[in-house]
Design a binder for this molecule. Sequence first.
Ligand code: SF4
Length: 178
Amino acid sequence: MAKIEEMPEGYGGEGFFATSLDKAVGLARANSIWPLPFATSCCGIEFMATMGTNYDLARFGMERLSFSPRQADLLMVMGTIAKKMGPVLRQVYIQMAEPKWVIAVGACASSGGIFDTYSVLQGIDKVIPVDVYVPGCPPRPEQIIDGVMKIQELVKNEPLRRRHSPEYQHLLEKYQIA
Ligand code: SF4
């Protein structure tokens, strides 16, 4: 079933509706996200199911997957990330244009999961900032969709100036990205 988007806050009357630029841009961005699936193992298979007809991620305006970081604004990390893979993931993140968001899908991406070993990164937030964590090993497609909807809320409500704020610059500096 198609998703009906709620109207943003604003003033309406007969034949007109007015809202702020932030809200209009946020609404457009939230419903035209281009995800980059960074899938390394089993959680990636759940994502494939999420893209299928049964769960139909396309109804969120997300049917266009991007395998090029420069044409993506949502990095979805799904699977075990080895420490050797950390710099690659970081480079992909850096190559994405602002504004960009990140979901850690599943226990491995969020915390290393069951792989508490010398070779596995204990969470992707050791190398890049994360906006939403989806728990589960693996998470079901419904959980992945829930994570996507949480991202949509963040996107809709993000002030246009956030990416230029000292707080955001400080966050990037912490990851030695700025
Ligand atoms: S969280 Fe579980 S299902 Fe997902 S990649 Fe790790 S081991 Fe596989």
